[in-house]
Design a protein around this ligand. Structure first.
Ligand SMILES: O=c1[nH]c(=O)n([C@H]2C[C@H](O)[C@@H](COP(=O)(O)O)O2)cc1CO
Length: 143
């Protein structure tokens, strides 16, 4: 499955280790993570050669090709919020994951879209289980 992974960049990289975990997990299961750069520790250096417009166009292109979006939303990030909103407008299933202590926006927690699943996780195992359950739910819908 083609998956868009969304995680904070300019909103703060404190959760990078989780983006790395989610990205590796998805790739090990044979999924294609179109936005794997989100989990790249060297990202800021690599993207410094790209213009803001190039970054925006590339990411929106990836989103249009994706079958679903998985966002880690513990860090408040304008870009992540924008990608979630765009994915919902394209009709893509969206999974938002966050830790217990995260102060997640009401624009996510209060969104009752049937395409949006929001889950909190306490540890790596719960993170894995929530992702597995979301992806298997998608398979059932797709048949
Ligand atoms: O350099 C970038 N590359 C990039 O792919 N993005 C996209 C992917 C991330 O899921 C999201 C992060 O947004 P933000 O930088 O506002 O935290 O935006 C965002 C930036 C910087 O805003």
């Amino acid at each position: 499955m083609k998956i868009f992974l969304s995680g904070s960049i300019r909103g703060g990289r404190q959760m990078l280790h989780i983006y790395v975990k989610i990205c590796s997990l998805l790739q090990e299961q044979g999924h294609e993570v179109l936005s794997s750069h989100v989990a790249d520790p060297e990202l800021e250096e690599r993207e410094s050669v790209m213009s803001e417009e190039e970054i925006f166009k590339r990411d929106m292109g990836f989103l249009e090709k994706s079958e679903c979006l998985i966002a880690e939303v513990s860090m408040p990030s304008i870009g992540v919020g924008y990608e979630i909103c765009s994915a919902l407008r394209y009709g893509l299933p969206v999974l938002c994951l966050h830790t217990m202590q995260a102060n997640v926006s009401a624009m996510i927690l209060g969104n009752t879209s049937p395409d949006l699943v929001i889950k909190q996780y306490a540890n790596d195992q719960e993170l894995q289980e929530e992702i597995a359950s979301f992806l298997s739910g998608m398979k059932e819908i797709q048949g």
